[in-house]
Design a protein around this ligand. Structure first.
Ligand code: ADP
Length: 326
């Protein structure tokens, strides 16, 4: 059975970009392949953070993922720092990663431009990501579009390591992305991708009141100034969220109402809020139940980590042997 791996940072709330770009696919894919899903806390500590808050966020991320449908009987869910081999393999991969490739990464350039001082962890982030995936010899990675370039780099790393240490038969597979139709969700500002670090998100676990409070002022078609101006659905972020959450006949109706100025943006947002509630309220209810049963969350994470430690130590035994480190 093929093995798939994916990770998410516990650096803030699980938002609908994460949900539509990755987590929904995680749920759909479990059972079709051996699925390994990771809460990547070593990635989250690259940006400034409060230790007490990280503990809470790791837990809330586990609650959110289980509530969204990750099933511990069909997938291994665990916290990255519970499997120490991630950083061991990352160090090894650092030794075969060209610095120029790291400096070319778009996410690095964007984040470095915003940072006062740039830490080595930010530059080396994709190397740890390659290690996360390859520790389990996973070849398919359900992610959003923002991760495509990082996965390309992981293939560069794999080719170089294989050429040096496993020339007769490739030990590591070359990981490929698995994208959803909603691979890039824009933030409510309509300017940048929805991201935990940008403050432009709708939380997957937000209440209907919170969803409405965020949707109401959200950016729409920038050229639609008055209610009587016909809009262009394709350039409107709200329309794209409709495509993700509303049934096809509603999406069609929305497009017609927008382009004929039949509806104002608020009418359109009200319908979107209802569609989002239909999909998200059951997840929110499951999350509330899980918070009342902390042992269920602990058990899921502990069994996932135990399984992943066993797989990781098998990989590392072969890696050390091939590199003369045994
Ligand atoms: P964030 O950028 O919010 O910190 P992560 O880096 O933890 O998110 O990414 C977790 C997963 O969610 C990745 O697979 C990523 O590609 C996906 N993802 C993040 N933001 C978006 C978005 N705006 N649209 C689609 N997918 C996204």
């Amino acid at each position: 059975m093929a093995r798939i791996f994916s990770g998410i940072q516990p650096s803030g709330e699980l938002h609908v970009g994460n949900y539509l770009g990755a987590v929904k696919n995680w749920v759909a894919l479990q059972g079709t392949a051996e699925a390994i899903y990771c809460i990547v806390d070593y990635h989250a500590i690259i940006a400034a953070y409060e230790p007490a808050q990280l503990r809470i966020r790791r837990r809330e991320m586990a609650v959110g993922l289980l509530a969204a449908g990750v099933d511990p009987d069909r997938a291994s869910l665990f916290v990255q720092s519970d499997v120490p081999q991630h950083t061991e393999l990352a160090w090894i991969f650092n030794t075969v990663t060209p610095v120029g490739e790291l400096e070319r990464q778009t996410q690095f350039k964007e984040k470095a431009a915003r940072a006062e001082s740039v830490m080595a962890g930010l530059l080396n982030y994709p190397v740890l990501q390659a290690a996360d995936i390859l520790l389990y010899l996973a070849d398919r990675v359900p992610v959003g579009e923002d991760q495509i370039q990082h996965l390309e780099l992981s293939r560069v790393i794999v080719r170089r390591w294989n050429a040096l240490f496993s020339p007769e038969a490739d030990f590591f597979p070359e990981p490929q992305p698995l994208l959803t139709p909603t691979r890039r969700i824009m933030g409510l500002d309509g300017q940048a991708k929805m991201s935990k670090s940008m403050g432009n998100t709708i939380g997957m676990l937000d209440s209907p009141t919170e969803i409405w409070a965020k949707l109401r002022p959200a950016m729409t078609d920038p050229k639609r100034i008055r209610k009587t101006d016909p809009g262009t659905p394709e350039v409107c972020n709200i329309y794209h969220l409709h495509k993700a959450f509303s049934p096809p006949e509603t999406v069609e109706h929305v497009a017609r109402q927008c382009s004929t100025a039949g509806w104002g943006c608020i009418d359109c947002k009200k319908v979107l809020a209802e569609s989002m509630e239909t999909e998200l309220v059951p997840i929110r209810v499951r999350a509330e139940l899980l918070r009342e049963e902390p042992a269920r969350v602990d058990d899921a994470l502990a069994s996932g980590a135990a399984r992943c430690r066993a797989l990781a130590s098998e990989t590392m035994r072969s890696v050390r042997e091939r590199m003369g480190l045994d």
